[in-house]
Design a protein around this ligand. Structure first.
Ligand code: BES
Ligand code: ZN
Ligand code: ZN
Length: 496
């Protein structure tokens, strides 16, 4: 899909559809909208008068063969109340329009910006929205005849700046969107087609393509490094584990900059192990590598966007299987840090592999950590599918990250990590246990477990279990993997 900025007047651009947006109630018919209204003979004002165009969030009004436009159709997307509008909303607006028009068989569309929304951040939001909206989960469908007909070939952005900054923003938006799609594609892969070894090979191909350093630790190296917590999880599977280490090094690195460590849980399939999960919905557990995919997508984007600081990604990858060699409830494992862990529930495996992941990232020089993991079902109880749970210490470090989430328009919510919760992971026979003793607080005890291996390093933990996968499609996004957290992580790394 081509996306380009065009300075030509919108009315004279040939396309299957011209898209723009209006606000709810208080939209003043002035500027571009007044101009458009006049061009099409007052039709907008008429439709507004009859209530047909409302401006309600993501409502759609479709006008065929509008007079005065070269475009064959005009699509008006509702943008909600103007005082609640943020430029990042353009992502959903553009994405909704793309999916709607694509489904109708449109090939070429024009997206028209409103006054004040033509700057670089708007260009970036629209481009990113278009790229992620265009993603479909149809890789394994063999009958693609229908699909081939439905393809948006080009989108022209009209009414935007055509400054160098805007051109750069278009490229940035494309890179972030494509990196999200890269992660989404991995998350979609079934576990028979994405074992830890295959994930490592795909990470390697990506790193080579974008010029990142990569090292894959195999089972021998993992055992040399004494990653006992990861090994405990992996030993139940005939598929050997891998640890994927990717490095981004800035060209003119300043001395003593922070080194950002990104750690992602990549359980390519989580059966629960001996504490086996029920059959219902177990197929979803192919997406238990979502944290790893998130970090791979983030690294891919950073390779293009080139932050000023070094970034190291550490992605422990394994299956969690029952079997004759599997670890059992009650087993004690020794993590790479030397801490001993009583494994109460083999289904709480994500925190085990992250224990060695975050510790290893620190050993490699990370001064600041962020981990992302589909860690707990409990985070869905707390925040439903709306917010990602964000834990962290010190609080200022978490707040800095939350600023990035707001800047890019991702919903994340700060979760408590007070010392009292630490009591709940005390073990009778080892240093800690891998599940909480008390009732409730499952997402928090999960986070506390990881924190045990972080010590004083500034650290953020993102529990993406309920946000990395959407069971229902949304007007701007296909159902399935969402690519959540990548925009925030990229923004944060660029600002750190
Ligand atoms: N991968 C799961 C968490 C999960 C659940 C992700 C649903 C996505 C959707 C994780 O490994 C797990 O099983 N966690 C347990 C922990 C419990 C045994 C303490 C859970 O949340 O039930
Ligand atoms: Zn599990
Ligand atoms: Zn899991």
């Amino acid at each position: 899909m081509q996306i380009q900025l065009e300075a030509q007047p919108y009315a004279s651009i040939q396309a299957d559809a011209l898209v723009t947006y209006i606000f709810d109630k208080d939209d003043k018919v002035e500027g571009i909208i007044a101009d458009l209204n006049q061009t099409i003979n007052d039709r907008l004002a008429q439709l507004a008068a009859t209530g047909e165009i409302s401006g309600k969030p993501l409502s759609l009004t479709f006008i065929h063969f509008p007079q005065g436009l070269e475009a064959k159709r005009l699509l008006i997307v509702g943008a909600g109340k103007s005082d609640k509008f943020a430029v990042t909303d353009l992502r959903k607006i553009a994405g909704t329009a793309l999916r709607y028009l694509k489904n109708l068989g449109a090939k070429k569309i024009v997206f028209l910006a409103r006054e004040g929304h033509g700057g670089p951040s708007a260009v970036e939001a629209v481009t990113e929205g278009l790229v992620i909206a265009d993603f479909e989960s149809d890789k394994y469908k063999t009958d693609k005849k229908e699909k081939d007909k439905k393809e948006i070939q080009s989108v022209v952005l009209a009414g935007f700046d055509s400054s160098d900054d805007a051109k750069k923003a278009l490229e940035d938006g494309r890179v972030i969107g494509e990196s999200m799609n890269f992660a989404r594609d991995l998350i979609n892969e079934p576990s028979n087609r994405l074992t830890p070894r295959i994930l490592a090979a795909k990470a390697e191909a990506m790193a080579k393509e974008v010029g990142l350093g990569i090292e894959i630790l195999d089972e021998r190296k993992i055992s040399e490094l004494k990653m006992g917590a990861l090994i405990g999880v992996a030993q139940g599977s005939i598929e050997p584990p891998r640890v994927i280490v990717i490095r981004y090094t800035p060209e003119n690195a300043r001395p003593n900059t922070p080194v950002l460590g990104l750690v992602g849980k990549a359980v390519t399939f989580d059966t629960g192990g001996i504490s086996i999960k029920p059959a219902d919905n177990m197929e979803k557990m192919k997406y238990d590598m979502g944290g790893g995919a998130t970090m791979l997508g983030t690294m891919r984007a950073l390779a293009y966007l080139k932050p000023a600081i070094p970034v190291i990604a550490v992605i422990p990858a394994t299956e969690n299987m029952p079997g004759g060699r599997a670890q059992k409830p009650g087993d004690v494992q020794v993590a790479m840090s030397g801490k001993t862990i009583e494994v109460i529930n083999t289904d709480a495996e994500g925190r085990l592999i992250l224990a060695d992941g975050v510790f290893y990232a620190r050993k490699l020089g990370a001064t600041h950590l962020i981990d992302a993991a589909t860690l707990t079902g409990a985070i869905q109880v707390a925040l439903a599918h709306i917010h990602t749970g964000a834990f962290g210490t010190p609080r200022e470090y978490l707040d800095q990250f939350l600023d990035s989430t707001k800047a890019v328009g991702e919903k994340m919510w700060p979760m408590p990590i007070d010392d009292e919760y630490r009591e709940m992971i005390k073990s009778d026979i080892a240093d800690i246990r891998n599940t909480g003793t008390g009732k409730g607080g499952g997402a928090i005890t999960g986070a506390w477990f990881i924190k045990e291996f972080v010590d004083d390093t500034p650290w953020i933990h993102l529990d993406i279990a309920a946000t990395t996968w959407a069971d229902n499609g949304r007007p701007w996004l296909a159902k399935g993997p969402t690519g959540v957290a990548i925009p925030s992580l990229v923004d944060f790394a660029m600002k750190l």
